[in-house]
Design a binder for this molecule. Sequence first.
Ligand code: SF4
Length: 244
Amino acid sequence: MEKQESLSDKEGVKRQKDPACAVCTVSLRACTSKEGQGPIFCPTENKREIIERANREYQRPEIKRFAKMASIQEGECYAHRHIKPYVSHPVKPRVQEICEFAKKMDFKRLGIAFCIGLIKEARILSDILTEQNFEVVSVVCKVGRTPKETLDIREEEKILIGEFEAMCSPIAQAMVLNEAKTDFNIVVGLCVGHDSLFFRYSEAPVTVLVAKDRVLGHNPAAALYTSSSYYARLMRPGIDPPQS
Ligand code: SF4
């Protein structure tokens, strides 16, 4: 097992309490191999009671079916699984994955909660889902034309300073889709935080098709991929670029 030798005692104690899988450097991991091991912060080794509690949840019939279909769908997103040695060969874009999972779950009515900045993408998605024989209900973020002043937003905190500006209303989006009794809701480009409220208020389970990134063409991972070059500033305190 590779120990996290570089940790100070204080960090080590803290990490013992807080799982930190994201910084695990073990080569044969406890979470993926019976022979594997975990570092001191390993939740596979330290959180047995929680793991068992989670596993009991999967025995609830509706949860088991949901998790089982998601797992089957995951497997079906790769080709050549029977060929050894296995080489990852993904074959399905996420939109296809969503359609196939929804069919497996017998979902008939799909909701789209989208950002007005992605209305073209939302329309294309609506067309695709309709072609795939789903009933589609879609709601834009600005639904209701509720003024930002409702949230005590000051004029200088708006985008369009000095003009009327409707707030994004993810709660209204969720409530409209709840009333429409959608089986499954799909998020298209909701803002950070607005998406969180939508997740909280949606009665139907939610998946994300598009994670908004205004700069990176809705590919937020690009900033991670370039964090040792063009986005190195993200690794330093104070991540705002200098004002020109
Ligand atoms: S569960 Fe344990 S072994 Fe797996 S990534 Fe997390 S710390 Fe590493």
